[in-house]
Design a protein around this ligand. Structure first.
Ligand SMILES: *Cc1c(COP(=O)(O)O)cnc(C)c1O
Length: 406
């Protein structure tokens, strides 16, 4: 892909886990749906039917990629909405009563798009168990099995973590739940619905919903070189959800409102492209990750947060703790040198609490604040990483020195 950023000054983007630039090929296929085939997809004349056909073709493309039926794909306005629809949609089938307080299980390192809806449900009387993770950020399927109760209705486990790149054992949990659900249905208990937030996994991991044995899967466009505010929720046939948005009944009555036709077309194209180049691109990125990490680890007082690379860690994710250097200060200085990195969570701008993910894997609040995340992507080159190393080494030394003077 051509560099999107202006040449002439350094512009090194290492925050692909926050969002990605839209692939020019994606922009191209979206273009006609802004002004040529702009019709309302529910209209019966040519402009409308053309828009409708584009939506259904996109649905088919996406279904093919994840091994689902087209009728199992509901388009939304992004990852957050997909997670909310999956979680609230499943939970609202079981309003808490005096006799039955439904139970939900999730992990401590979920994105806020999952944790906050579940917190809200807790406020409405649902029971909630938040599973601890190990020092690599992984949950243990045996621990999960132990906390399942007769009242359990929903489990939400992310596929890959956005801050430290941990890949969770989703397929293992899916298999376990398939067995558990067979027994439960025989015993007149509720079927446990299994949701996975796959927003960080969509570019590189296996998305086959049957191999994963998931009932609900959230994916967004903005992490796979597609447009922001686009996404979908996979909903397995037979799983009934309550809608969040009521109105004209679009998207199988689960997400009313005139469809974002260019967005949907762009999302499908983006996912298609990213899956096509996956094998080669993953190898290239993994090589860069090893190269970069090896050199970062040679800097004194630098430690990798999360799993070792190659061990259930996304190939594009590096999260490091730097002794005596505040992440937020470092980010500003790096920005001045034309390098964009983050503290991990791009969502909570403004007042930055220490990351709940880093605290969950055993870092102190201070260590969490001394951490930065660098995530690689399509445009990342070895030269860029060499430049970052060149800038980073003296900068870390300077920031430590300044700190000692204060
Ligand atoms: C980005 C992200 C989300 C939120 O997606 P939006 O499209 O920004 O709403 C949810 N979960 C994970 C793991 C993410 O990385």
């Amino acid at each position: 892909m051509k560099k999107i950023f202006q040449p002439g000054r350094k512009n090194i983007y290492l925050d692909y886990a926050a969002t990605t630039p839209v692939d020019p090929a994606v922009v191209k296929v979206m273009r006609p749906y802004f002004d040529k085939a702009f019709g309302n997809p529910s209209s019966l004349y040519k402009q409308g039917t053309r828009a409708r056909a584009a939506i259904e073709a996109s649905r088919k493309t996406i279904a093919g990629i994840i091994g689902a039926r087209p009728s199992e794909i509901v388009f939304t306005a992004g990852g957050t909405e997909s997670c909310n629809l999956g979680i609230f949609g499943a939970a609202k089938n079981y309003p808490p009563t005096k006799k039955f307080r439904p139970h939900i299980i999730t992990s401590a390192i979920e994105h806020h798009a999952v944790l906050k809806p579940i917190e809200a449900l807790k406020g409405e009387g649902y029971q909630v168990t938040i599973l601890d993770v190990d020092s690599a950020g992984q949950i243990n399927a045996r621990d999960l099995k132990k906390v399942i109760r007769p009242e359990t209705i929903l489990i939400s486990l992310m596929y890959a973590n956005n801050e430290i790149g941990t890949i969770e054992p989703v397929a293992e949990v899916g298999k376990l739940l398939t067995r558990i659900n067979t027994d439960r249905l025989r015993n007149g208990l509720t079927r446990i619905v299994f949701h996975t937030d796959a927003c960080q996994a969509a570019g590189s991991l296996d998305l086959d919903v049957h191999r994963l044995n998931v009932d609900l899967m959230s994916i967004n466009g903005s992490k796979v070189y597609g447009p922001k505010q686009t996404g979908f929720l996979f909903i397995r046939t037979g799983i009934n959800l309550k809608p969040l948005v009521y109105g004209g009944g679009q998207e199988y009555d689960l997400r009313s409102g005139t469809e974002n036709v260019p967005g949907i077309v762009g999302l499908a194209k983006a996912l298609e492209l990213v899956r096509k180049s996956k094998v080669l691109e993953d190898k290239r990125i993994a090589k860069l990750q090893s190269y970069f990490l090896e050199r970062l680890m040679k800097i004194e007082g630098v430690r990798l947060n999360g799993p070792a690379n190659g061990h259930n860690r996304l190939a594009n994710n590096i999260n490091i703790m730097i002794d005596g250097v505040e992440g937020e200060a470092l980010i500003m200085y790096l920005d001045a040198k034309g390098i964009a990195v983050s503290t991990g969570s791009a969502c909570a701008t403004g007042l930055a609490d220490p990351s709940h993910v880093l605290m969950s894997i055993g870092l102190s609040a201070k260590q969490a604040k001394n951490s930065i995340r660098m995530t690689l992507g399509k445009s990342t080159t070895k030269d860029e990483l060499d430049y970052v190393l060149e800038v980073l080494k003296p900068l870390i030394a300077q920031l430590r020195m300044v700190k000692n003077f204060l």
